[in-house]
Design a protein around this ligand. Sequence first.
Ligand SMILES: [Ca+2]
Ligand SMILES: [Ca+2]
Ligand SMILES: [Ca+2]
Ligand SMILES: [Ca+2]
Length: 299
Amino acid sequence: MKKREIKVAAYGGLAVLTAGVAFGGSDPAPTTVDLETVGASFRVLSEGTIGRGDVTLDSVEFDDGRRWNKFIHASKITEFDTQGSLPGGVKITTGPDTTGNAGPSSLEGMDGDSSSISDADHDLFADRILAAYKDDNLNHFFDTNSKAGSFSYVVEFEKEVRDNDSGPDNVGEILWFERGGNGSNSWIVFEAVDELGRVVGNTVLVSPQHDAHTEPRAYGATLRDDLSYKSYQAMTAVAVDVSSLGVSSFKRLRVRSAMNGYDGFSTSMMQSGQDVNADFKLMVIQTYDISMPAWALGD
Ligand SMILES: [Ca+2]
Ligand SMILES: [Ca+2]
Ligand SMILES: [Ca+2]
Ligand SMILES: [Ca+2]
């Protein structure tokens, strides 16, 4: 599998991603759009010690009172790459007492040599991201710590992601859960891509202002550099309508760091506590083939 497809250039002292993926033909220039997120409340079920236990997404309710409880998960992670200050910069974390995952791993050590980052590290770590994304547990997530430069990967979902309404609507199917939010969430970029990694539709810059707390409040673990449990932070969430991406359905979503000078983002836009080192999990609401939607059942 071809890795390292991301062009890197120096810009303002930072390593930045440029055109994304190199192709033989012309690369379509994606349009960056201002994201309009929809109001939603996120209901979770939590067990165990705060920050260390399982935190399962139960349902998402939108402003119109409809509640959705069927979710689509990742089935593959491709094109994973990182640039910048490493090692120790990128790792998957899970709460040490959680189930469904074999525990946290750090990128640089995946190949047995923690002194550098190899292609094998990236290949093996992509499988660890997938392991964290395959369930409904919000305490299984991808973590970039403050030393990280930038990251990019493509999440392929187990089923097609379909908008419930191809126009702008109040059901945000794409669910982004971030550890350490409440207005100080991270900036991140979303793009729907085809099987060759080409952008289909818009590049979407997601700002931290859109996030909401879960109910009851969910907490994700923070770890020390040796991956031992340190503390916890609140998980917050953002719901993004599929049509924000300029498509009505997709199978693959590229997620990557917001980079200074790209996609309408400037580090000067960051407010207190905000960063570009996202710690997050992605899930999608399944809006079709639902025999009896949760919102029809009421509470
Ligand atoms: Ca290594
Ligand atoms: Ca829509
Ligand atoms: Ca929608
Ligand atoms: Ca965070």
